[in-house]
Ligand binder design. Structure first.
Ligand code: TZP
Ligand code: MG
Length: 219
């Protein structure tokens, strides 16, 4: 896949947003320059069934308008039903090669990893990209596990230099540059964008940090 699509990967579901409307937040984030979006509808009060499908379709349409890939977390059947651009699964979400078979070769498959071994397994099984983390402490995921530290990004890049990869977990505007300099294709964030006072501005600022760290060009 095109690594540049992973530069600023925004993840959200309705349960991450308090009173905010997901489509409003997504639109602001898209205006601010996110390069990928993952619908991750989890936890207490998460939408299900038709309500979730409708939301996914709306997210997909918005993402299409901005030519940003729309990825569904966990739910392979939902991803297929709404013809999402891809699906993202964790270590516990089933066999990676089976999911690849189910979605076909044209769709993006992302896999969460916590070690170099995980990343090698995911790559061999047909992942287009991996998430590596949690790099730092995060309040956005229950049982996220002990932070692996940004050094793991470099270790994964050294072993799998061609594999697109995003760092995830506790990444703020201040920490994003470090993650990119370790060799990540981009950063995946929930709270740095979803909880920002000004979502569009937060996305724009983060994108600037990432561009500067990866190219040396100030935006
Ligand atoms: N997977 C590992 S950490 C995490 C996920 C989904 C949560 C990331 O959220 P935040 O707010 O950017 O730390
Ligand atoms: Mg999962």
């Amino acid at each position: 896949m095109d690594k540049s699509k992973l530069q600023l990967y925004f993840i959200a579901g309705t349960t991450n947003l308090g009173d905010r409307n997901l489509l409003d937040v997504l639109q602001a984030a898209l205006k601010g320059g996110i390069t990928a979006f993952q619908l991750r509808e989890k936890g207490e009060g998460a939408l299900q069934g038709d309500a979730l499908k409708t939301l996914a379709e709306q997210c997909k349409q918005l993402c299409n308008e901005y030519k940003v890939p729309f990825i569904v977390n966990d739910d392979v059947d939902l991803a297929i039903a709404v013809d999402a651009d891809g699906v993202h699964i964790g270590q516990e979400d089933g066999d990676i090669a089976e999911v690849r078979k189910k979605i076909g070769s044209d769709k993006i498959l992302g896999v969460s990893t916590h070690s170099v071994t995980d990343a090698m397994t995911a790559s061999d099984a047909g992942a287009n990209y991996v998430g590596v983390g949690p790099l730092f402490e995060t309040a956005s995921k229950e049982n996220a596990g002990t932070p692996v530290g940004p050094e793991l990004v470099r270790q994964v890049v050294n072993v799998l230099p061609g594999l697109p990869m995003v760092g995830i977990g506790g990444i703020t505007e201040r920490k994003a540059g470090r993650v990119i300099r370790e060799g990540a294709s981009g950063v995946a964030v929930i709270s740095a964008i979803a909880h920002a006072k000004d979502v569009e501005q937060a996305a724009r600022a983060m994108k600037g940090v990432i561009t500067l760290a990866s190219t040396g060009v100030e935006m």
